[in-house]
Structures are given as C-alpha cells and as structure tokens.
Design a binder for this molecule. Sequence first.
Ligand SMILES: *Cc1c(COP(=O)(O)O)cnc(C)c1O
Length: 344
Amino acid sequence: MKDLQQLVRPNIWSLKPYSSARDEFKGEASVYLDANENPLRDNYNRYPDPLQWTLKAKIAEVKGVAAESIFLGNGSDEPIDLVFRIFCEPAVDNVVAMNPTYGMYQVCADINHVEYRKVALNKDFSLNADRILRATDANTKIIFLCSPNNPTGNLLDKKEVEKIITSFDGIVVVDEAYIDFASEGTLMAELDNYPNLIILQTFSKAWGLAAVRLGMAFASPEIIGLFNKVKYPYNVNALTQEFVSKALDNTAQTKAWIDTILKGRSYLVGELSKNKLVEKIYPTDANFVLVKVADAVGIYNKLAEKGIIVRNRNSVAMCGGCLRITVGTEEENRSLITALQHLQ
Ligand SMILES: *Cc1c(COP(=O)(O)O)cnc(C)c1O
C-alpha cells in the first residue's frame, strides 16, 4: 500500500474539520450553555454524540473489532460517498469495480466526477483478480468489491479478493451488506493485516432496520479518522443511535431471522427449479435469488399485475432475462411460487 497521505486528496489531508460544542467539551457538567440548544424541552433537545461512542462500543463487541476501527453513517450510502470525497480527485483519479455489481458505486463516482472503470466478472459471476488489477493505473485510488454480490448473489472467492488487496497499492472496499446470509467469507478477521482494506456492512438487511439508516465501515483507525473528519458533524441522529443500541441487545432475534430467511431461500430455490419458466437459478449466498427466465419483462409484468413485485434485472450486464427475487415471509414466498405456477 502507498502511504496514506499519497492516497488522500491534499485538501482532505490538510483539512481542519468543523469543531462542534460536543467536540470541545467532552466531560460531564451540570449546566450546558455551549450549543445554543433549547433547554426547556426535556428530551431530544441536545445534539447527539457526533462519534456515537456508546453505540460503537456495542457494535465493537458484536463484531469483535476495536471501536476506533468503526465508522457509522447514514446507511452504507454515506461511507460509499465519503471514500470518493476522501481519496478521489475529481476529473483526475479513477476507481475500478466489478461488473455487474451494486449501482451506488457508479452513481457516487458520477456525482463526484470520478472515472468509473467496470471489469467484467467471469461468466459464472466469479471474480478474476488479475483482470481487475490490469484495469488499474497510477490514478486508481479505489477498487470496489461486493461479496456476496448484488445482484448476482454469489460470495467472491476469498483467495482472489485477498490477491487484489495484497497486490493493489490503493484502497480496496469490500461491501459485505449480505454477509450475514453467507456461511463463510467475511474479511473482518483480516482487518488488522490489511491497512488498505475498508469493509462495509449494514443494519438494512439481516438486522431488519433498513428504515433507520445505519451503515458501518470497518478499517484502520487512520482511515476511520479521515471518515470522521469529512462526515457531517451529527451524521447519525440520536433516535437511530438509541434504537440500534437496543436492537444490539437482542442478537438472538437477528440470528433467528437469518435462519428463517435461509429456510425460505431453500424453499424458493427448490420450488423455482421445478418451474418450466425458470431457465437457470444462480447459486446464492444472500437473501435473494437471481433467476433467468423465459421472458423476464413479461413475467415481471404479470407478477406485478398480481401485486407481487420482484426486481427486473433484464437490462443489467450479464443478467439478460434475469429477475432478482428477495426472500420474503413463508406466506409471501408461497404466493410468488403459486403465481409462477399459474404462469407456466
Ligand atoms: C442493500 C445494500 C447495501 C445497503 O445500503 P444501506 O445504505 O446501508 O441501506 C449496501 N451494499 C449493497 C451491495 C446492497 O445491496
């Protein structure tokens, strides 16, 4: 890896971040007259902890990492955008990503005026590390990987991922939004070995909290420090911090949900494989299944008429004819299967 300073935009490296009232006085006091808050309301009238230490302490325990290696943001969308703003000089630098993959990486690249280089996955959606590495040049700051990948559903081969991390001298972002549904493959234990690795996870999927908007980035304390410098001072509101803190007290619930979703996934795969409209079911390590069907647009529309909405991925690279189906409740899964039986 290059020196961090060589990778970071010079204006960000030298940035003096906004210093809030909560940053400047951190102890306990009896009279707070420092933040122009309204003292008359007795709850939610105070600015929240800008670095969310109470929440991070709980996440640190659940994930087995130091609290200093955690960044929390308004969904994963926030750390995805921040890595561009921290590392990529607009109109100069570029990033490399596998294709097909999650659409937000390209949207953030476009917003930040950063060239986005797409590298095709193999036909079976596996990762070719050498092809990714060949697409990089001196101005490549970040490589984006997604495992399990969206919309294909497969886990990437850990050896290929680690080859990219160890061979590339810039930043590697590995998006593990769906890792809770995979039986292996997280790079969390490797965080200390790879100073250029940023792992993304989220409360939106297995934790069932898409509405509260909380995403996590795990990286070296130095990289986390850069995130903290660039983020909005109060990027995670007090309601979200408290709500997710409570959810973390019941990890057994999340585990039970994951079990149920995995059973639902097996049911869907089993039933879909009996349906004549289904040409191929791609192997999945996520809470969705990508299926190739005879007529994706036609089937999408007919399901929608029955009030069943799946994701039409027909126009995504290498996904022609494909629908992406999220695992639902037992009843929802049965509705989908019944509807598809009637269409064949
Ligand atoms: C759903 C998803 C996320 C989660 O995004 P949030 O902003 O945390 O809700 C991140 N990455 C991928 C690949 C996803 O599919």
